[in-house]
Each structure stands twice: as C-alpha cells, then as structure tokens.
Ligand binder design. Structure first.
Ligand code: NAD
Ligand code: UDX
Length: 463
C-alpha cells in the first residue's frame, strides 16, 4: 500500500513535531493533525509560526514550510480519521489519578476514546499506529475495540514508539538513532509494517528501521526510558556520596564515561530528572511487573523514582540548611522552571517540587525562565494542591528580566540548564544581592572558581 494520507490524533509535544517532520520529508503525503483542544489547534494555525504552542528549536521553520501545503491542523477528528489510510494515536497517557492503579498505572482512557472513535468512523481498512507510550499488550485492547465494530473494516495495529527528547525534538526526528515498528507476523501485519517503513524511508536509512513483534516494540519503549532514567538516578546517588567524601561527581562521570561499555552520555548529575515521561513510564513498568507478581523486578525499578524524589528534596533541604536553617521571608531566586533547556514544557520539573518545599518554609520565590509563562508556573504549583492558589500567587513572583529577578535575593538556584545563564554578568548579580550571596547550581553549569572569586558561596551538585 502506498500511503498518501495520514491522520494523527493528538497535537501535543509528540504529535505536533513528529507530524511536522513527516510532512516536511514526505511532500506527497497529506498529514492532518487533530486534537479536541480547540485552543491548541488555533495556536498551531497561528499565522505567525513563532506562536505555535510548542517551543522546539527549528520547529517553527518546518511548520512554516509545510503548513497549508501538506500539513494541516484541525479539530475535525472524524473527517481526518475517515480520510486517512494511516492513523497515529499520539494522545497523552498520564499516570492514573483515581481508582485501581492510582499513582502507578497509565491512564488509558484517552487511548480507548480514540479507538472507539476510529471504530465508529472508519468505512475502509486502516492502519492504526500506537505512537503514545503504552503498557505492553495495549494493542490487544485496541484491537478488541476495533474488531468489534461489525462493519467488516479490517484494522492493523502497529506499535511505533517515539524516542524524541524535548528540546532536541527536531534533530532527533530528522536523525533518529532508530525507528522501531512492531506489528503482527501475519502477511497483513507485514504489509502494514512495510507501508510504515516506506514512510520513514523517505529520510531515514533503512538499516536504522527496526521491525519487531508488537509486544517487543511496546516494551522496548518503557525499557529505554527506564534505562535512561536509571543512569541519572545512579549518577545522582553518587553525587551525594561525592559530597560526603570530597570526590567530584563531574570527574567521576568523566572517568567512568570513558569506559566504552558505559559511555559518556546521560551522566549529568542534577537536581533530579523531570519531564512527562520518565517517572510516568517507570511507575507504569513497576505496576505491570507487580501485576504479574514480579515484586523484585518492580522494587528494582521503583528505586529509580525513590532516588529521584530524594535528590529533589535533598536540594531544597540543602538550601534551607545553608541559609542558617531558615528561609522564611527570604527572597530565593530560581533561574529556570522548565524541566530541561530549550523547551517550554514544565511537566514534572524539579523546580516545581523545590519551590513547593521552600514555600512550605515560607520563602519568597522569584523566578525567571526564558520560555515559561507565569500562568504555567502557578498552575504547576496549584496542581500539587499543597495550598490555595492565592497563597501560591503570593509566594511566587515571576520576572521577565533575570537581573531584576536576582536583585535583593539571599540565594539563587539554577533549576534549568538554559545556556544564557552561563553568560550572565555574575558580578552585577552579586553586587545586587544580600551577603553572603549563595548560589545553588542544580545543573552544575556555572564555573565554581570564577563565582567564588567574585564572592559567591557556590554549591554545586556532587562536589
Ligand atoms: P501532550 O499532552 O502534549 O499531547 C496530547 C494531546 O492529545 C493533547 O493536546 C490532548 O488534547 C490530545 N487528546 C487527548 N485525547 C484526545 C482525543 N480523544 N482526541 C483528540 N485529541 C486528544 O502529550 P505528549 O507529550 O505529546 O505525549 C503523547 C504520548 O507520547 C504519551 O503517551 C507520551 O508518553 C508519549 N511520548 C512523549 C514524549 C515527550 O517527550 N513528550 C516522548 C516520547 C513519547
Ligand atoms: C525522554 C527520553 O530521553 C526520550 O527518548 C523519550 O522519548 C522521552 O523521555 P525528555 O524527557 O524529553 O526525553 O528529555 P531528556 O533529555 O531525557 O531529559 C529528561 C530529564 O532528565 C530532564 O529533566 C533532564 O534535565 C534530566 N537529565 C538528563 C539529567 O538530569 N541528567 C542527564 O544526564 C540527562
């Protein structure tokens, strides 16, 4: 089958960039991205592509090139499903907040809604692609819903997990390490796999397109995220030991990273990992393992989350302790709120938890982040339900200018590794602060020696 029309349900951090790149690289394919969220679609259609709802380096240029040519954003979900041969499901799969599996399992209600809508609308055979990250064996549930429509339409379900990281989504999509496609081993399954392989082969070398059975593909995505997060928790665990022993975690990371079996990437000690994926996917993995009675497997992976929570809490405690055991009424400035640089996404950002702890200690938090809006920061705090919105509003002050944010502060904390923080005039910032001027670098991006020579009391992670 030659694919000429694709629909993607879900215009979020995955659906938007992924489909923009497919449209750019496959001008012969019409790509329609649909979402129930009218504002999100309106923003994707903003005449000025600098205002699209997701900030990713290089994305607005790709949208400007393809939008209106073969890339469309719409709220007409049914029409897009009806017309497409291939339907990507790229909706959110957050951790359940109610019922069985609360706080652990993935909430699949949005996925099921999509399957039911596809079942209702489809009049011709279709390929349904799981792009969202899903528990292993979800395809079975989707298939069961789709196969019970009674209208004779045949569906093939493929698993095609997305490995992009935010902040580098465009380069990750243009040059992926691999594309993973899982499908049935029947002739129909293989033909569906080949149809999707041909789409990616427009720009990805075929040697990088890996095909597997559906269950391997689903589980590989959870496994990849678990391994990546485990590396961060491992180096963060070492950072605490470094602080006690006089070792420097940056030196340790370099030394072990030169072992080609370990490799140098993903060994940056930090205030703790954030983002919408790692925690959610590991909790889901733990839940699945437990549901099969594999308690040791579950405990092993749960430790990655326990360590990460500890790292975030340890950071806020250190601030309080260093500031003579009280931060009440002290101005503490956060540089960065996003969960990593080059994104406006704040989901599960360490900054939220550190702020929450410090507000509990009655600190006054000032924040500057180059891409995150004040309303998003306040929403993040409100979501924790620790205190009322009014109280959060009172405790948090958001600045457009980093120097203003730092003026009169007792301490500065770096929560996100935005490049611009490195080149600030740190002398000017020091001069405007209370003394002693404390600097807690939760990302180890600043030069400790230079800052100490200015006069800062500098505290990095793991040294
Ligand atoms: P997101 O919340 O940014 O976007 C999901 C979108 O789906 C939302 O705009 C929502 O309105 C829409 N939606 C939900 N139900 C719908 C329905 N029935 N019909 C139409 N639209 C609907 O989420 P995301 O970050 O893009 O993640 C999507 C999936 O991809 C998740 O499973 C996630 O685990 C996975 N993933 C995310 C990343 C990442 O970096 N964010 C990377 C790889 C995989
Ligand atoms: C992750 C996976 O990398 C990606 O493959 C998957 O598709 C989605 O989940 P993402 O969460 O967008 O991507 O960003 P990532 O670069 O993995 O960073 C996640 C968090 O870990 C961030 O808070 C980051 O600051 C932190 N991190 C990363 C570290 O603390 N140290 C590191 O060495 C690397």
């Amino acid at each position: 089958m030659k694919v000429t029309k694709i629909c993607c349900i879900g215009a979020g951090y995955v659906g938007g960039p992924t489909m923009a790149v497919i449209a750019q690289k496959c001008p012969h394919i019409q790509v329609t991205v649909v979402d129930l969220n009218e504002q999100r679609i309106k923003d994707w259609n903003d005449p000025d592509t600098n205002n699209i709802p997701i900030y990713e380096p290089g994305l607005s240029e790709i949208v400007a090139e393809a939008r209106g040519r073969n890339l469309f954003f719409s709220t007409d979900v049914e029409k897009a499903i009806d017309e497409a041969q291939v339907i990507f499901i790229s909706v959110n799969t957050p951790t359940k907040t109610y019922g069985k599996g609360k706080g652990m399992a993935a909430d699949l209600k949005y996925i099921e809604l999509c399957a039911r809508q596809i079942a209702k609308v489809a009049k011709e055979n279709k390929i349904v692609v799981e792009k969202s990250t899903l528990p292993v064996r979800t395809a079975e549930a989707i298939k069961s819903i789709l196969d019970n429509t009674g209208n004779g339409v045949q569906f093939q379900i493929l698993s095609n997990p997305e490995f992009l990281a935010e902040g580098t989504a465009v380069t990750d999509l243009l040059n992926p390490d691999r594309i993973l496609i899982g499908g049935d081993t029947t002739p129909e399954g293989e033909s569906a796999i080949n149809a999707l392989v041909d789409v990616y082969a427009n720009w990805v070398d075929k040697s990088k397109i890996l095909t597997t059975n559906v269950w391997s593909s689903e589980l590989s995505k959870l496994t990849a995220n678990a391994f990546l997060a485990q590396r961060i928790s491992s180096i963060n665990a070492m950072s605490e030991l470094c602080e006690k022993t006089g070792a420097d975690v940056n030196e340790v990371a370099k030394a072990i990273g030169m072992d080609s079996r370990i490799g140098p990437k993903f060994l940056k000690a930090s205030v703790g990992f954030g983002g919408s994926c790692f925690q959610k996917d590991i909790l889901n993995l733990v839940y699945i393992a437990k549901s099969y009675g594999l308690n040791e497997v579950a405990d092993y992976w749960e430790q990655v989350i326990i360590m990460n929570d500890h790292q975030k809490r340890r950071f806020s405690s250190k601030i309080v302790q260093t500031l003579y055991n009280t931060v009440a009424d002290k101005k503490i400035t956060f540089l960065g709120w996003a969960f990593k640089k080059d994104t406006n996404d704040t989901r599960e950002s360490a900054a939220i938890y550190v702020a929450d702890d410090l507000i509990n200690e009655q600190a006054c938090i000032s924040v500057y982040d180059p891409k995150v809006s004040e309303s998003k920061m306040l929403n993040d705090l409100d979501y924790l339900q620790t205190r009322s919105s009014e109280e959060n509003n009172k405790a948090l002050t958001v600045f457009d200018d980093p120097y203003e944010a730092c003026k009169g502060a007792h301490a500065i904390s770096i929560l996100t590794e935005w490049d611009e923080f490195i080149s600030y005039d740190w002398q000017k910032i020091y001069d405007s602060m209370h003394k002693p001027a404390f600097l807690f670098d939760g990302r180890n991006i600043l030069n400790a020696k230079e800052l100490e020579s200015i006069g800062f009391v500098y505290k990095g992670i793991g040294s």
